[in-house]
Write a protein that binds this ligand. Sequence first.
Ligand SMILES: [Cu+2]
Length: 164
Amino acid sequence: MNRLQQTMALLAATLAFGAAGAAAAAGSLAVEQAWIRAAPPGVPMLAGYADLRNDGDAPLRISAVESAAFDSVSLHETTVVEGVSRMRELPGLAIDAGATVRLAPGGKHLMLMEPRQPVDARAPVKLRFVLEDGRRVEADFVVTDQAPADGGGHDQAGHDHHAH
Ligand SMILES: [Cu+2]
């Protein structure tokens, strides 16, 4: 091999490595501390919370959330405008590589409409996060009246913007 061939071989190897690296880069969603706030039977609207962590090496985007247990599930965000708490629907949720987005009372949350079955502490509820690339990540949400203890201290007892 002459010097030019050596250079070309090295360049080819570098390009191949780069392409392989790019192809392997992907977001990876981990769902933790997942819970649904317990509510009296017959309540048409519940709220779900979780820590959504991207364990991958590329950004990911959640484009929808599904569950057989509800007529509809959407991503919401609570904001306080001039002292008044309001909710708006989010079109999706982007999470950077290595980042965690916390769904928590008073902020982003899952809006769970019209339960198709009793939602109570007897059984966790399965929710499925649909990623923009078509992958789906399923998670069990426990039904409880406060955030699972994780030392994060993010539960704000008594803050219930869904009460009407
Ligand atoms: Cu909401």
